[in-house]
Design a protein around this ligand. Structure first.
Ligand SMILES: *[C@@H]1O[C@H](CO)[C@@H](O)[C@H](O)[C@H]1NC(C)=O
Ligand SMILES: *[C@@H]1O[C@H](CO)[C@@H](O)[C@H](O)[C@H]1NC(C)=O
Length: 335
């Protein structure tokens, strides 16, 4: 056949082979690229560029009643956005009140939860708002931040930066919450931030967090990366461990909850859905077993698995009507 006339089918099949070739080149290049430029990998892990919902985070009343928005500055160049959701029981008296009233309300003896979200989105993402509503309805204060680089917070995302931000919020909460119980709750990627914070408080200051809740958690970021669906197409790729998994450390990402829980002694509640398609349930199970083996008081570690039939997957444990009671009952054993 000469080049002057190509029947449609042959042209489209040529297009198809070009496309396949391009995809193949991309497929093969990605692992080498992340090894060479581990900062690329941070973007995949943090997903902070997925900045939706594109919303006015300064107006939490669009999603939540009895909530104020404010900003903290953990470092000179960094401002982080925070929501304070009051216990719903105080909703009526909170109407029309300003931030300083909320600040005082934090010492009202209701338990406080510092919520550390997972990757992607911001503090207004649907499942996060649902959790805040459920916990507020059950009498908790919730302080929910966007780490640096997320939402309307400034700065660049990094594991140490997240830990600094969360620690700063913890200190702020402790300074305003009197003798109230203060829990640190991490979801998904945020579970690694939660254990980082708890370990730092313990090792550097001898402070014990009252309760740690790890929802849809993992052992460490390297192991998580080996199991998330995104890397599935690379698991058989020659050098996957060296090129992709080892690059996590080159990109300064560790999130070592498995190491952290070995030194902790705070009550530790691990929540995982058996049908979690992002971070498989065996990662939460493994973390639980590591903690259980290391804790002196075994009663302080609990794993609650949510059966597949409930369909909670990675983000919807918050929709379980008994979730607040699970947390309260566990807390009651230690307070
Ligand atoms: C606030 O509370 C009112 C009354 O209970 C309710 O109708 C409204 O939907 C709530 N607003 C939000 C944003 O949840
Ligand atoms: C906290 O508890 C201590 C000792 O029980 C008490 O002296 C103090 O007044 C309490 N602080 C607040 C803010 O309630």
């Amino acid at each position: 056949m000469n080049g002057a006339y190509l029947p449609f089918r042959s042209r489209s099949s040529r297009l198809f082979s070009t496309l396949v070739l391009h995809l193949l080149v991309i497929y093969v290049s990605v692992p080498f690229l992340v090894r060479l430029f581990p900062a690329l990998l941070n973007k995949f892990v943090f997903l902070n560029i997925l900045a939706f919902p594109f919303v006015e985070l300064g107006k939490p009343e669009l999603w939540l009643n009895h909530t104020v928005n404010f900003y903290l500055s953990p470092e000179p160049e960094v401002s982080i956005g925070v929501w304070h959701v009051l216990p719903a029981s105080r909703g009526t008296e909170a109407q029309g009140k300003d931030h300083s009233w909320y600040e005082e309300a934090l010492a009202d003896d209701n338990p406080v939860i510092i919520y550390l979200h997972g990757s992607g989105g911001n503090r207004a993402s649907g499942h996060r708002v649902s959790l805040m509503k459920a916990l507020s309805g059950a009498g908790f204060h919730i302080l929910a931040l966007d780490y640096r680089g997320y939402g309307d917070s400034t700065g660049y995302p990094s594991e140490t930066g997240f830990t600094t931000d969360a620690l700063f919020l913890y200190d702020w909460v402790k300074a305003h919450s009197g003798n109230s119980t203060v829990a640190v709750w991490g979801h998904s990627l945020g579970s690694g931030v939660a254990t980082n914070v708890a370990r730092k408080l313990l090792e550097e200051r001898g402070n014990q967090v009252d309760l740690i809740v790890l929802e849809s958690a993992y052992t460490n970021i390297r192991e998580a990366a080996a199991h998330i669906p995104f890397t599935k197409i690379y698991r058989q790729f020659p050098g996957f461990e060296y090129l992709v998994l080892d690059s996590m450390a080159l990109g300064d990402m560790y999130f070592r909850s498995d190491e952290n829980v070995k030194v902790l002694s705070s009550p530790l509640l691990i929540l995982h859905a058996e049908d979690d398609p992002v971070l498989p349930a065996h990662l939460g199970q493994k973390l639980f077993e590591i903690a259980l083996a290391a804790y002196e008081n075994k009663d302080q570690v609990r794993l609650v698995s949510f059966p597949e039939q409930l369909g909670f997957a990675h983000e919807n444990i918050c929709s379980h009507p008994e979730l607040p009671d699970i947390v309260k009952d566990f807390l009651k054993k230690f307070k």
